[in-house]
Write a protein that binds this ligand. Structure first.
Ligand SMILES: [Zn+2]
Length: 325
């Protein structure tokens, strides 16, 4: 984890491994101090707080959660007494998608050879994901801690005269997707509507909705964009991710029209220019998401995550991708 200053008053911590759960966080050292996203587990959250403490005395008084995913909210409890701000959908969605109980159980169970044997047979992708997460994360002691201030479309903070705009743009990656834009600093924290140097995942919403959000960031034209995952960038990184989504959606349409199931399409799609992005096997999720649209299904229908990671593993093997999520 590395601390980077991105403007006069904005900082980011970047989780350089850039695998599933390696989310970035931000700090604005104005007002009472504002933290953006709180990491996937308590050890990472504590490390983040320690990094931020080198540029901000005391605990920040406000926290913003960019959306409901576990890797952005599970450190919330360490900010006792802080105002925690998020889109109004976030508390309900956190109960659905951010409860660490299941993943904690998985990481405990895979220490036993018998369990690993059974999982390898039934859910090989889940086993591989569990083994990857066990290398980096520890979900002990987490108590889901919900936002205390909810907003609808927009919310503004005034930090000693510096305006911070919270703009709800979900669903795109998740329902609660919120941009944090600080015009005076020319900085935008994008949350997971932007992945950089790793393959994006979208759990809710449509391609069109996601494009619209990426176009909005380009229009705001910040000098610095901090993605939810991956290295710091600018609007170039935003345009590049949109190009990836367009590329995958277009190829998915060709395979859909030719009658291929999404798994077969993902085995065959040449990810060409994006082959150096980490976790390329997430491709199937993007293909399947496009297929849902082509089939006229609800964009926010829940995912069977076990199945998704089992298929992702299959795709990785078929395509010769590294086994990483
Ligand atoms: Zn994330």
């Amino acid at each position: 984890m590395k601390l980077k200053q991105v403007s006069n008053h904005c900082y980011a911590v970047i989780n350089e491994k850039n695998r599933l759960g390696d989310a970035n966080s931000g700090l604005i050292n104005l007002g009472g101090g504002v933290v953006i996203d709180t990491q996937f587990d308590l050890p990472h959250a504590r490390q983040m707080i320690e990094k931020f403490s080198t540029v901000w005395m005391g605990m920040p008084k406000q926290v913003v959660n960019t959306h409901e995913d576990a890797d952005h909210v599970l450190g919330n409890q360490l900010f006792a007494g802080a105002e925690i701000i998020a889109h109004r959908s976030v508390p309900g969605r956190m109960k659905e998608v951010a409860d660490p109980a299941e993943i904690k159980l998985l990481l405990w169970a895979i220490r036993f050879a018998l369990v690993r044997g059974i999982l390898k047979y039934l859910h090989p992708g889940v086993l591989a994901l569990g083994q990857q997460m066990a290398e980096d994360f520890d979900f002990d002691g987490i108590e889901l801690t919900f936002p205390t201030t909810l907003f609808e479309d927009r919310h503004a903070l005034n930090l000693d005269g510096t305006e911070v705009q919270l703009i709800h743009v979900g669903p795109g990656h998740q329902m609660g997707d919120t941009l944090i834009y600080i015009p005076d600093e020319n900085v935008l924290f994008a949350g997971d509507v932007l992945f950089r140097a790793c393959t994006p995942i979208g759990w809710t919403g449509t391609y069109a909705g996601w494009y619209k959000t990426l176009d909005l960031i380009v229009k705001l034209n910040p000098a610095v964009v901090v993605p939810g995952h991956g290295p710091i960038t600018d609007v170039k990184g935003v345009k590049e991710m949109k190009a990836y989504l367009e590329y995958v959606r277009e190829l998915a349409k060709t395979f859909f029209d030719a009658g291929y199931p999404s798994v077969e399409a993902a085995k065959k799609i040449d990810i060409g220019p994006y082959a150096n992005w980490s976790a390329p096997a997430r491709l199937w999720l993007n293909v399947e998401r496009a297929y849902r649209e082509f089939r006229g299904e609800a964009a926010d229908a829940p995912w069977d995550r076990k199945k998704a990671f089992n298929i992702a593993l299959k795709i990785a093997k078929a395509q010769g991708f590294p086994i990483e999520f």
